[in-house]
Each structure stands twice: as structure tokens, then as C-alpha cells.
Design a protein around this ligand. Structure first.
Ligand code: HEM
Length: 378
């Protein structure tokens, strides 16, 4: 009995020491970074737990603490929240801070239950991948059997590329392929849907902006509402591009994203230890009056002549070595969809006028919807 008690005591002490060490890990680094008021043990977790409050809260502290502060998510987890220009430039351009936080899951309350966690979809995807793998194998066999030597240079679809890809001579596993497909589906679908929705809202509520988009369409296609759209015609939609850029400034589809140091790095004479989670608050720097005059105002003209002096102040697609690989395609898709809508419909504010309630879920959303009025153009 006494032995059991002693063992229990030893275990408790060991646990206590382990916990204390975790709580105080990197204490001297964090000591100099400001923190908003905390609740004992829980830290700031309650303030940032709600997807609909988190942006306002982080924006408020970003202003109060001039772009660099930390938050505590419980007694152990600490996150550095950054929207300071110089620090963003350092983090995003670094070739040493390329990792995503090892558990993007700590953002779970903010991310919501996105498509990525849907098991039903997962098994459907797995069977599509398996079926296509079989088809490709059969096709290869057929070509081999008939000694067909014709080399086709057709462009391959994404899934076929993944199925044929190898890493160190080994094909990707079913699970790895599914992860890649998920990344593209998630990064490339919801982000664009979010941006298009906020663009429609902004256009509907800014008649002068809409007029200029329509005039640009008219200059390109005249009265033709269903022209054949080419890459060149999309490139010519310069004003629409400014509108999309301004939409992504005020409503970045991914309002914040993470990085994790995998080794100690030096910034401005301070050593940032390994394992620090950095939250890049794009939403914060996009609404900073130092970089954007009257930041709350929707004004596509601000993108007419960008001098390029502060590239890290506008980061809806992130920047540096881990930026969005789909951004050019995204711009084409958004232009194509929005221009078609504007050619066919006149947008107006909803009645009664709708006020957005922004929420940072898997992507930026408005939890009370995005309401606009539509009138067919004849
Ligand atoms: C409005 C549309 C889009 C926005 C705002 C957007 C934004 C972003 C952002 C902010 C990141 C960095 C995320 C992070 O560091 O955690 C990212 C990464 C990525 N995006 Fe996009 N994206 C868009 C559309 C697309 C499209 C259409 C595709 C593909 C077809 C795509 C594919 C990717 C991929 C694969 C990554 C990961 C890159 C990496 O981890 O190195 N995105 N995107």
C-alpha cells in the first residue's frame, strides 16, 4: 500500500515537472512579447474560440500591440500573431520557416469541420482513385499487348499525373494521392467561392464600381453577352482585376495562416527558437492605415498604380516560397465568373440593406449570409 502511494506520488511529481517545463518552454523568448489580458490557466482561448469574434479580436490587438503579440490557448499552447510589415517580410521570405504548424488542428475551433474531415467523402474519393488506377493499369497493359508505339502528347488530367508520379522511385500511396486531391479541392474551391461572393456583395453595394466593370465589358464585347472568352480577353479585364484585388484585401478568403519554426532563426538580434507557431494575420495588415489609406473603404482605384514598394502588405495569396500555387488560375476563374454575371445581371443592395457578419471558418464567410439584389439586363 505504502509502495503504491509512493509510486503515485513520484508519478504526480514527474507529471508536475513535465507540465511545468512545457508551460515555461521558451519563456525568455516569449517574455518580451506583449499579450492581451488573460484568464488564469485558459489564457485567451475564450476570446478567440468563436469563429465570428476571432477576426475582430485579433484585429483589435494587432492595432493595440502594433502588429506583434502573443496569445495563450490554454496553459501550454502559445501563438505569435503577426501583422507587422518587417516581421511578415522576414517570415514569408525565409527559406527556413516553411513548415505549417504541426497541428493546424489547434485552429480547429476557427476552422470548423471543413471538407477535410468528412469521412464519407474520403471513402468516395478513395474508390475513385482506386478505379482510375486500375483503368490506367489496364490501358498500359493494352498498349503493351498491341505493341502500340504511338506516343501521345496529350495533356494529362491532375489525377492521372498524381497516379503516375513517383517520389524516390516509388508511386504515391492511395492516401497520399487523396491528400493531394483534398489540398487542391479545398484550396482551390472554397477560397474562390468565398472571394466571388464577397466581390458580388461589394459590387452590388458600389454602383460606380459596377458601372465601370460593365463599361469595360462593353468596350471588350459590345452588346454580346455570351462572347467566346479567351485568355487574352480575360487579361484585358484590368478594372475587374482591380475590383477582385480590392475584394481580397478587405475579405481575404484565408484571413490568417500559420507557420512553424523548425529550427532557431534570428530576427533583428532576437533568436526565435525552434517550434514557435506564427499566425500570419493577412486580415490585419490589409486593414492597416499605414499601408492602405482609409482601409475600411472599398476602393479598387488603389490598385491602379501599385508602386510595389511594400509587397508584403498585400498577401491574400501569401507570399514567398510557400505562396499559393493556384493564384493565376484563381484570378482567371474569378474574372470569368464575375464578368459573365455582370454582363447578364445588374446587381444592387439587398432590401433591407444587408450587413455582413464576418467569420473565419474554413475560409472567410459571412454567417448571416451574403445578400444582394439581381436584375436581368436585356
Ligand atoms: C481566391 C482564391 C485563392 C486564395 C485567396 C488562395 C489563398 C492561398 C493562401 C493564403 C495560401 C497559403 C496558405 C498557408 O500558408 O497555409 C494558399 C496555398 C495554396 N493554394 Fe491557394 N488560394 C486560392 C486559390 C487556389 C487555387 C484555385 C488553387 C489550385 C487550383 C490553390 C492551390 C493552393 C495550394 C496547393 C496551396 C498550398 C501551397 C503550399 O503549401 O506550398 N489555391 N492559397
Amino acid at each position: 500500500m505504502i509502495t503504491a502511494l509512493i509510486l503515485l506520488l513520484v508519478a504526480l511529481v514527474a507529471l508536475g515537472i513535465w507540465f511545468y517545463r512545457l508551460m515555461n518552454k521558451n519563456k525568455s523568448f516569449y517574455a518580451n512579447i506583449p499579450i492581451p489580458p488573460t484568464i488564469p490557466f485558459f489564457g485567451n482561448i475564450f476570446e478567440v474560440a468563436s469563429t465570428k469574434d476571432v477576426l475582430d479580436v485579433l484585429l483589435k490587438y494587432a492595432k493595440n500591440y502594433e502588429g506583434i503579440f502573443k496569445i495563450h490557448l490554454g496553459p501550454i499552447r502559445k501563438v505569435l500573431v503577426v501583422s507587422d510589415y518587417k516581421f511578415l517580410e522576414f517570415v514569408l521570405s525565409s527559406t527556413k520557416i516553411l513548415n505549417k504548424p504541426y497541428d493546424y488542428n489547434f485552429l480547429r475551433p476557427w476552422l470548423g469541420t471543413g471538407l477535410l474531415t468528412s469521412d464519407g467523402r474520403k471513402s468516395a474519393e478513395m474508390s475513385v482513385i482506386a478505379k482510375r488506377r486500375k483503368e490506367l493499369e489496364n490501358k498500359k497493359k493494352e498498349i503493351h499487348d498491341t505493341h502500340n508505339t504511338v506516343v501521345t502528347k496529350n495533356k494529362k488530367v491532375f489525377l492521372d499525373l498524381l497516379l503516375e508520379a513517383t517520389v524516390d522511385g516509388k508511386p504515391l500511396t492511395q492516401e497520399e494521392i487523396r491528400e493531394e486531391v483534398d489540398t487542391f479541392m479545398f484550396e482551390g474551391h472554397d477560397t474562390i467561392a468565398s472571394a466571388i461572393s464577397f466581390a458580388l456583395f461589394s459590387i452590388a453595394n458600389h454602383p460606380n464600381v459596377q458601372k465601370r466593370i460593365y463599361e469595360e465589358q462593353h468596350a471588350l464585347f459590345g452588346e454580346n453577352k455570351n462572347p467566346v472568352i479567351t485568355y487574352a480577353s480575360l487579361q484585358s479585364m484590368k478594372y475587374l482585376e482591380q475590383v477582385i484585388k480590392e475584394t481580397l484585401r478587405l475579405y481575404p478568403s484565408v484571413p490568417f495562416y500559420g507557420r512553424q519554426t523548425k529550427e532557431a532563426v534570428e530576427y533583428n538580434g532576437t533568436i526565435i527558437p525552434e517550434g514557435i507557431t506564427i499566425l500570419i494575420l493577412a486580415f490585419g495588415i490589409h486593414r492597416n492605415s499605414k499601408y492602405f489609406e482609409e482601409p475600411e473603404k472599398f476602393n479598387p482605384d488603389r490598385f491602379e498604380n501599385v508602386d510595389g514598394k511594400t509587397p508584403y502588405a498585400y498577401i491574400p495569396f501569401s507570399a514567398g516560397p510557400r505562396n499559393c500555387i493556384g493564384q493565376k488560375f484563381a484570378m482567371l476563374e474569378m474574372k470569368s465568373t464575375l464578368s459573365k454575371i455582370i454582363r447578364h445581371f445588374e446587381l444592387g443592395p439587398a432590401i433591407p440593406q444587408h450587413k455582413l457578419q464576418l467569420a473565419a471558418e474554413s475560409v472567410l464567410k459571412s454567417i448571416n449570409g451574403i445578400k444582394i439584389g439581381l436584375k436581368k439586363r436585356f
